[in-house]
Ligand binder design. Structure first.
Ligand SMILES: Cc1ncc(COP(=O)(O)O)c(C=O)c1O
Length: 421
């Protein structure tokens, strides 16, 4: 009997089994996962200390060394979306009051600032207008002025489609004794990112862009010198502490402010000790492993070249339709293009027509670019000739319906010329 006044739980009639509509995801990510990745995710579960599981974890570490082009021992997965990887990196590197220099040239630079502020770091920024990137000389001048512990940047900022040049930054940071962190969520696997050759200390990513998987796992790689900084803050949970291994816990001032995203503990979870931390997200491990396996089977350089080719075809195609690309094209990411929405055209109506008439998703952007540009991606499993040509053909029709002036056949024709070489 229920007490009078107790709320009665609503009666739930379970809905039918999930059956999403077929979509071609040609926005800035997520994109359609490679069917091989989805099949891998359906593999049965095993326990987290089953030797089969730990062997897959070790194998996944090795595969991601290939993807990140690094020899870093500390290369593994953070469970959560890409943002979990970013937070893990920043909260594990930055102590309250540490100085961090953030390169900011789009929405995701603002995100780095936001996360670093929440770590209670002293945040300085070196910014470029949206649609541009930050010049290495400006970074060096800011590093001299700020003397940061960490320099943090995004490689490909999907909000503006700009790809920050990184080749000089590692050397600048080493000369000034700073660590270099990079968010490569949207660029890894489709743009060059030789972690060791460029002197990047920590790089994080996600699966849902050029790696052709679903969101929910954040691959990370950590250089030995960054791992040392993180390990110095090690604080093993009281319930796991073994006096022979763990010594004294880190004092509260140095302790990493997040337990879940504590890279010092997560490094030991993935390392030979297998120190208990979270329960590894097994189906996401299968997904991440398959994303890396598929990429390396294709060849990292071949995959990057594929992104370059289809990105170039999409760029030529939108220009062929009469659309004006956004931003500095010399620094455009390979895998996404932004175009100005033509005057007088209702951008959301065109996106809705693309989705509901043709089953194709394209995106707009954020903040000052919301409703001003469309973003069209060619990445991961969807960086293909058929997807590029279909998207351009349908976009032409959607533009025509919206009353925009379009060049008949101009999109498909220009893209085909790129393919003809
Ligand atoms: C450059 C960049 N960083 C971070 C994120 C956040 O990723 P997630 O939504 O997987 O947390 C995105 C997502 O689009 C991104 O493009």
């Amino acid at each position: 009997m229920t007490t009078p006044g107790t709320p009665v739980p609503p009666q739930i009639n379970p809905p039918p089994q999930i059956n999403p509509p077929p979509r071609l995801l040609m926005g800035p990510g997520p994109i359609d996962a490679d069917p091989r990745v989805l099949r891998a995710m359906a593999a049965p579960l095993v326990g987290q200390y089953d030797p089969a599981m730990t062997a897959y974890m070790t194998e996944t570490m090795a595969l991601y060394r290939g993807v990140f082009d690094t020899a870093n021992e500390q290369t593994f997965l953070v469970d959560g979306t890409s943002r979990a990887g970013i937070e893990a990196a920043l909260v594990s590197l930055l102590e309250p009051g540490d100085r961090v220099l953030v390169l900011s040239f789009g929405r995701f630079g603002h995100l780095l600032t936001e996360i670093a502020e929440r770590c209670r770091a002293e945040v300085h920024t070196v910014a470029a207008p949206w649609g541009e990137v930050v010049a290495p000389e400006a970074v060096e001048a800011a590093v001299r002025r700020v003397r940061p512990k960490v320099v943090a940047t995004v490689q490909g900022d999907t909000s503006t489609t700009m790809c920050q040049p990184l080749a000089d930054l590692g050397e600048i940071c080493r000369r000034h004794d700073a660590l270099l962190y990079c968010d490569a969520t949207a660029s890894l696997g489709g743009n060059p990112l030789p972690t060791d050759a460029w002197g990047l200390d920590v790089v994080t990513a996600g699966l849902q862009k050029c790696l052709g998987g679903p969101s929910g796992s954040a691959p990370i790689t950590i250089s030995p010198r960054a791992a040392e900084v993180i390990a110095a803050r090690r604080h093993v949970e009281a319930g796991l502490r073994d006096p022979d291994h763990d010594g004294d816990p880190a004092p509260p001032a140095a302790r990493i402010a997040s337990n879940y995203l504590d890279l010092a503990q997560i490094m030991e979870y993935w390392g030979p000790r297998r120190l208990n931390h979270h329960t590894e997200a097994t189906s996401m491990l299968w997904a991440a492993r398959e994303c890396a396996r598929v990429l390396l089977e294709e060849g990292l350089d071949v995959a990057i070249e594929r992104h370059r080719l289809h990105g170039e075809a999409m760029l030529a195609g939108v220009q062929g339709l009469g659309l004006r690309p956004y931003g500095d094209l010399t620094h455009k990411m390979t895998n996404v293009v932004a175009v100005h929405i033509p005057d007088g055209v209702a951008g959301d109506d065109v996106r809705a027509a693309m989705l509901h008439e043709y089953g194709i998703e394209i995106g707009t952007s954020f903040g000052p670019l919301h409703g001003r540009v469309w973003r069209i991606g060619t990445m991961g499993y969807n960086a293909r000739r058929d997807t590029v040509l279909t998207t351009l053909a349908c976009l032409e029709q959607a533009l025509r319906t919206a009353g925009a002036p379009v060049v008949a056949g101009g999109g498909v024709g220009a893209a085909r010329e790129v393919y003809a070489g």
